[in-house]
Ligand binder design. Structure first.
Ligand code: GUN
Length: 286
């Protein structure tokens, strides 16, 4: 039976560590780290994510401001709000919840965020830092995946790692992080010919395609480590499910993340870590 990679437990440990450090630094500097989250519109999933981020901040002693802007907000107004938060000396981290309404250019918005406050690690200069191995803020989900592997002593060195999905947020950066840890990386996508054969070669599989249960047990090599980044609604039951069919994959894998309770909680823990680090860097205390 596969080891369950318990992201919820690890995230809770990390959040405890962050809370301790936040408490110590808040005493030392007379203020807590401060994360500003901007939500444009009323997408229900985004509202849940933003609320969860606020709750996690509160539990860690991190000050949180959620800025709610209407769906019809002109791009210029959003950019102006980001400009204000960039200048605000008591704001350490800025996160603009994605996706944005169609009339707003996401790239322009991300580029407007001060790279030192970019807790998502999405700013082009932070992305460049990842690819050029210069100091940068890491994107939360890939960072959470790597921390989960490390916590269970799964060393990517020399392993065949297969990443399914080439998004800017997960697939591309996690592929680069695995490469930097000396894995031999295959990056699969919608045009990959015979995905099953590629996935079958994986010693470490990262599923980040956003398609419910697209990876089934017959595609998993015996003993593979399976990391499921997917957060989908099962079209039949409406319940949360991953990109991996957990039950059949768990029969083949040596270790596997559940959904929920795997990568998801790690993303939030890493957001708190990034906020703490931005605070420390701005104070010259890192
Ligand atoms: N929407 C879905 N995932 C994310 C994320 O990691 N960051 C932001 N800002 N928006 C998201």
């Amino acid at each position: 039976m596969a080891t369950i990679l318990d992201g919820k437990a690890l995230a809770s440990e990390i959040r405890g560590d962050v809370a301790l450090k936040v408490s110590e630094l808040s005493q030392k500097y007379g203020r807590a780290p401060h994360l500003a989250v901007i939500l444009v519109g009323e997408d229900p999933a985004s509202q849940v994510y933003v609320r969860n981020k606020a709750i996690a901040c509160e539990k860690a002693g991190i000050r949180n401001t959620t800025v709610n802007m209407p769906e019809s907000t002109p791009e210029a107004e959003l950019l102006a709000e980001i400009g204000r938060l960039n200048k605000a000396d008591d704001v350490d981290g800025i996160l603009v919840q994605l996706p944005l309404p169609g009339h707003i250019c996401e790239d322009k918005v991300i580029e407007a965020i001060d790279k030192e406050k970019d807790v998502d690690g999405f700013h082009p200069l932070n992305v460049a830092g990842l690819w050029q191995k210069t100091p940068h803020i890491e994107p939360c989900t890939p960072m959470g995946v790597m921390m989960l592997l490390d916590a269970y002593n799964i060393d990517p060195k020399g392993k065949r790692a297969v990443v399914v999905g080439r998004s800017k947020i997960v697939g591309l950066p996690v592929a680069k992080m695995l490469l930097d840890r000396n894995a031999t990386v295959t990056l699969c996508h919608t045009r990959t010919v015979n995905l099953a054969d590629e996935v079958r070669r994986a010693e470490i599989l990262i599923a980040a395609a956003g398609r419910p249960r697209m990876i089934t047990g017959d595609m998993i090599a015996p003993g593979a480590v399976v990391i499921d980044v997917g957060i989908n609604r099962d079209p039949q039951t409406g319940k949360l499910c991953g990109d991996v069919d957990f039950d059949t994959a768990a029969e083949k894998a040596s270790a596997i993340t559940p959904v929920p309770g795997g990568v998801g909680p790690m993303t939030i823990a890493c957001l708190l870590l990034n906020t703490l680090r931005c605070f420390q860097r701005r104070l010259g205390d890192l």
